[in-house]
Write a protein that binds this ligand. Structure first.
Ligand SMILES: NC(=O)C1=CN([C@@H]2O[C@H](COP(=O)(O)OP(=O)(O)OC[C@H]3O[C@@H](n4cnc5c(N)ncnc54)[C@H](OP(=O)(O)O)[C@@H]3O)[C@@H](O)[C@H]2O)C=CC1
Ligand SMILES: CC(C)(CO)C(=O)C(=O)O
Length: 296
């Protein structure tokens, strides 16, 4: 049996545990003593029991095959660093929004890191249940520029072969999915967070100019980084805004709750790439700064 450990047992961690629990009993790393694990996941109105647990006392970490890192981009380095020496041979899957932590982890464990990108939607409701709010897809594949070990490749395919409730697919270039998600988040998240708008507002005529201008900036940066984005990026962003019209973006939720946002790994990452490529990014910078102010 494949032994899976989840670092970051929140909404996405719980959703992934649900997907895998028929082939494995996922374990969740206890990163603080008072942490409890949600025991229910609601999908299409139906409650399901979540069958995951903390590693029992005395668990030999050498028995772990695969670690899923599903915390926020802001938390990855802090969460993973103390565990690296205890897990010298495991394979890793990192699945968070933004870019930066994926490459950091790939540098720490060459040949053993898978990158994931998901368009699933999930949240933890007021009674502590995980709610699957939107059906999407999850793509898994090799860290960019890294030669995967056979063992890690096999584990990645094993993940995609599981007939769980979610759709997981192998992708030889998950970086392309991550860039597209990054572009969508870099437009929808800061505007909805700063202006306190539902996602759907960005599909309205009022925001068309801003969405177009941001998309143009992001496409120029992505091209310079050899990850060209589709010509109709702005339209795709509007389609996501329409498909999630009533939702509050994760950044809006974080700003309103006074929590750190992932802005550094979304707009911040793009601004750093723009600087290196000598490209101007005034709109991305404006929204980046506005999110920093909105937090304070
Ligand atoms: N939710 C969604 O619909 C989607 C989320 N994503 C992305 O997935 C990632 C996870 O999001 P989501 O599940 O919503 O976030 P959550 O906040 O629900 O989950 C994050 C989890 O990480 C835990 N955590 C915090 N610090 C540490 C640490 N040092 N070590 C280990 N675990 C830690 C948190 O615990 P604590 O209670 O202590 O904070 C929490 O359980 C984000 O990058 C998000 O943008 C992508 C697509 C959709
Ligand atoms: C796609 C979007 C904007 C959906 O809310 C999202 O990923 C987020 O909120 O972080």
């Amino acid at each position: 049996m494949t032994t899976v450990l989840i670092i970051g047992p929140g909404a996405i961690g719980g959703l992934f545990a649900w997907h895998l629990q028929h082939v494995s009993t996922p374990m969740a790393f206890r990163h603080r003593p008072d942490l409890t694990l949600p025991d229910t996941l609601v999908d299409q109105g139906q409650p399901h029991t979540l069958n995951w647990r903390f590693p029992p006392e005395g668990t030999d970490f050498a028995s772990i095959d695969l670690v899923l890192v599903t915390c926020k981009a802001t938390q990855v380095e802090m969460a993973v660093t103390p565990l690296l020496p205890m897990l010298p041979d495991v394979s890793w899957l990192v699945c968070c929004n933004g870019l930066g932590p994926q490459q950091w982890l790939a540098n720490q464990a060459p040949g053993r890191v898978l990158w994931g990108s998901t368009t699933e939607g999930a949240l933890i409701d007021d009674s502590g249940r995980i709610v699957h709010t939107g059906q999407g897809e999850t793509w898994i594949g090799p860290a960019e520029g890294d030669a995967l070990s056979e063992r890690t490749r096999t584990l990645g395919h094993w993940l995609c072969d599981q007939a769980g409730p979610l759709v997981w697919q192998w992708d030889n270039s998950p970086a392309d999915q991550l860039w597209l998600k990054l572009a969508i988040n870099a437009v929808i998240n800061p505007i909805t967070a700063v202006e306190r708008l539902p996602n759907g507002a960005l599909a309205e005529e009022d925001w068309a100019f801003e969405v177009d201008a941001l998309s143009d900036e992001i496409r120029a940066i992505a091209r310079a980084c050899d990850h060209p984005l589709p010509d109709d990026l702005a339209e795709r962003i509007r389609a996501v805004a329409r498909a999630t019209a009533g939702n509050h973006s994760s950044m809006r939720v974080d700003v309103e709750a006074g929590r750190p946002t992932e802005i550094e790994f979304i707009n911040g990452f793009l601004i750093r790439m723009a600087f290196e490529a000598d490209i101007k990014a005034p709109k991305l910078t404006r929204w980046y700064e506005a999110v920093l102010k909105a937090r304070s």
